[in-house]
Design a protein around this ligand. Structure first.
Ligand code: UT7
Length: 358
């Protein structure tokens, strides 16, 4: 028995933060951000990560033709969830009414969706579960240090979801590769977002994302290429068999360099970073949903996912798509309307972290 993706959906919050808006906050320019990262705008959420997740989850369930009662396992990949206790998955389970589902968070930062895909598929293969809802959701603007131009221009909020169900052999997840180099965790971290350190002694700069961009960039290209090749090899396929590569969206230059290293031409690579920036665990399910909406995946297509991020973690998965590339139904689930402008939402960041970098 194998496991395949039978439903997909996304939920992007309506508030847009453009590069020009960022010019008002920090010492940067639309030209720098566009040429160095490929990002033009990103979304800033007026609701919690669990709210984005619940809407994306409803849409994915409708696409799969499943009801909330069918789901027996909910996996929520996130590194910017609502609370640690209870888990974000607990909150999503409640908001969606998934009363028959066990639920847990999975934190592998930007690689979280690929980790979740492999975990969920193997729960099905092992016979423990029949209908797995996997959601990548992030409210990264909460960690956006508005005085650090090297990081605050990169990230955005959003959620994407897939439904996994049993499939016949040869359809669904064919091979994967997951990895972690914990010794390099310091290159991309939030110094004070957990329990380490003394209670009550947290300076604002410890509460935002800190990154050695060049170090992460170099490792991301090397590992996404190596890991993709390993997963393809484990699938018994060749690089030429891959119809579409859906990489984590952190920087278009990382995506281009990875594709070059693999020898995959850009026509086979899905990119939507220009619209959403880096939404960590949400990038791949959101990109997958858009690739399907744009008709870029056909029955039987070989789809390759690859990701790299905090940890430093990486993961790749190769999927042979089934027969159906259109949703069975659509959901009318929607977020509540935004009651604030983008700048009003970001005022809390400006108050807490400060304005304008040196
Ligand atoms: O999800 C996985 C985790 N994240 C990633 O994979 C991100 C990996 N890293 C990157 O994407 C890139 O390294 C960055 C986008 C973060 C930075 O791009 P870069 O081409 O590596 O720039 P850099 O760090 O070499 O900086 C070049 C210059 C510096 O100025 P000086 O020292 O040459 O005068 C920076 O201070 O660009 C400056 N700079 C900026 N200028 C305007 C850095 N950030 C900005 C900015 N606006 N936002």
């Amino acid at each position: 028995m194998n496991a395949e993706i039978t439903g997909w959906g996304k939920c992007m919050p309506p508030n847009v933060l453009t590069n020009s808006d960022l010019e008002q906050i920090v010492d940067t320019s639309d030209d720098w951000i566009t040429t160095r990262t490929g990002i033009k705008e990103r979304r800033i959420s007026h609701v919690e990560a669990s709210d984005l997740a619940a809407v994306a989850g409803q849409r994915a369930l409708a696409a799969a033709g499943k009801s909330v009662d069918d789901v027996d396992l909910l996996l929520v990949a996130t590194c910017s969830g609502d609370t640690i206790i209870p888990s974000t998955a607990s909150r999503v389970q409640d908001k969606m009414g998934l009363t028959n589902a066990a639920a847990m968070d999975l934190n592998a930062a930007c690689s979280g969706f690929v980790y979740g895909l492999v975990t969920g598929a193997n729960m099905i293969r092992g016979g423990t579960n029949k209908t797995v809802l996997l959601i990548g959701t992030e409210k990264l603007h909460y960690l956006m240090n508005t005085t650090d131009r090297t990081t605050c221009v990169l990230f955005g909020d959003g959620a994407g979801a897939v439904v996994l169900e049993p499939s016949e052999e040869g359809i669904g997840l064919l091979g994967s590769d997951l990895g972690m180099d914990g010794s390099a965790g310091k290159y991309l971290h939030v110094p004070a977002d957990g329990t380490q350190g003394e209670i009550g002694r947290r300076a604002p700069e410890q509460c935002g994302i800190a990154m050695d961009g060049q170090e992460v960039f170099r490792r991301a290209v090397t590992m996404m290429a190596e890991s993709s090749l390993l997963a393809i090899q484990k699938s018994g396929l060749d690089l030429e068999d891959v119809d579409i590569l859906i990489p984590h969206q952190a920087n278009v230059r990382i995506i281009d360099a990875t594709a070059r290293r693999l020898g995959v031409d850009s026509a086979r690579v899905f990119v939507n970073i220009q619209s959403y920036g880096n939404t960590s665990a949400a990038t791949i399910p959101v990109a997958l949903t858009e690739a399907l909406e744009q008709g870029q995946i056909e029955p039987g297509s070989i789809v390759a996912f690859t990701a790299f991020g905090g940890g430093l973690s990486w993961g790749s998965a190769i999927v042979r798509w089934g027969e159906r590339v259109t949703p069975i139904a659509t959901s009318d689930a929607e977020l509540p309307p935004a009651d604030k402008t983008t700048m009003e939402i970001l005022q809390s960041n400006l108050d807490f972290f400060g304005e304008k970098s040196a």
